[in-house]
Design a protein around this ligand. Structure first.
Ligand code: AHM
Ligand code: MG
Length: 334
């Protein structure tokens, strides 16, 4: 695998190398990358075009939507529903599964997506991203049923996220490791910059929203207390802390230098199951993390094996360097 390959060249090369990937899935990933380029341009011009700030509406999660949440959701849906590659889509920003309008052909895949993860950061110019997860549509190109949108993470064929930061970089897995592609604006293509990304197994860097401490479950309270205790504490090392409040940015950091990210269960979100969403946040990011040699857990089970109850189901999320995630699972078993 050579740096300098375009995204499509990489995917074709993977297929030639024996990875089971259909030509339609290659096309779908490339079309998704086109929407990420469009979103890059929208974000870049948002302040100039008055597209920052609140939209004045709430999504199904009861969260205030930003104008860009709505704009990027529309970019994704309007572009991808015309490609003839999808049978339906599920978005963080839309209550019900989204069907393909009758005037367009349907394809054999379903996509789950968060069009603008970390959007609470958008007005302060911090990295945000688009997350996507692709599974096979169980009825082929027939119209999908509601239950077709409840899928375990282990069923994913591909998952990725594009982070809009100092560079626009797409992180992708098709089940054969993780590759990263940076958008080269001079040619308008995503170009391979890293392949076979590996997360160091051990780390001394954690990411958690400390302001929620009093609401966490006991095992997480204890683990973080032990991290803060440093060299003389039970974990025997000095930890560093980071919190970007943008899961895509935290994941990118972990893929680059290791670390552990926690959005645990807390008292305020217990009834909802947690804060982060299974289908379009935890599953795709969990798949990527595992493919890079890390681990992704709820604290009690592997995220990719969680049985989804609904499209917008939430879960506790603990992911990153494998040995550190295993340690936190150990705290949950005690
Ligand atoms: P969003 O999809 O509405 O942006 O919510 C998800 C984000 C994650 O990116 C991030 O880890 C978390 O919410 C930040 O939460 P907090 O506001 O508690 O810092
Ligand atoms: Mg999100």
């Amino acid at each position: 695998m050579q740096n300098g390959m375009s995204l499509r060249q990489y995917l074709v090369d993977q297929k030639r190398g024996g990875v089971a990937i259909e030509a339609d899935l290659i096309d779908l990933i490339c079309e998704t990358a086109v929407t990420c380029k469009e979103i890059t341009a929208k974000i870049d011009r948002a302040a100039l075009e008055g597209a920052l700030g609140a939209a004045g509406s709430q999504n199904v999660q009861g969260e205030e939507q930003k104008k860009l949440d709505v704009i990027t959701n529309d970019v994704m849906y309007e572009h991808l529903c015309t490609t003839g590659l999808l049978a339906g889509m599920g978005s963080e920003e839309v209550d019900e599964p989204m069907m393909i309008p009758d005037q367009y052909p349907r394809g054999r895949y379903l996509m789950f997506f968060d069009p603008l993860d970390g959007s609470s950061n958008i007005d302060v110019n911090i990295s945000v991203g688009t997350i996507f997860s692709i599974v096979e549509a169980p009825r082929g190109d027939a119209a999908p049923a509601p239950e077709d949108f409840r899928r375990k993470g282990i069923e994913q064929l591909a998952a990725g996220f594009c982070v809009y930061g100092p560079s626009t970089t797409l992180v992708l897995t098709i089940g054969n490791g993780v590759a990263m592609f940076t958008l080269d604006h001079s040619v308008g293509e995503f170009i391979l910059v890293r392949d076979k990304v590996q997360i160091p197994e051990e780390t001394a860097e954690f990411a958690i929203n400390m302001s929620n401490q009093r609401f966490w479950e006991e095992p997480v309270k204890q683990y973080i207390a032990d991290c803060i205790a440093g060299e003389t504490g039970p974990l025997g090392k000095r930890y560093n802390m980071r919190w970007v409040a943008s899961m895509v940015a935290e994941t990118f950091r972990i893929l680059t230098r290791g670390g552990i990210f926690l959005y645990p269960m807390d008292e305020r979100v217990r009834e909802k199951g947690g804060k982060l969403r299974l289908m379009y946040e935890a599953n795709p990011i969990g798949f990527i993390i595992e493919q890079a040699g890390g681990a992704a857990s709820t604290g009690r089970e592997r995220i990719l094996e969680v049985e989804p109850g609904s499209l917008h189901q939430r879960v506790p999320v603990i992911l990153g360097s494998k040995k550190e995630v295993e340690k936190v699972e150990e705290y949950h078993r005690r």
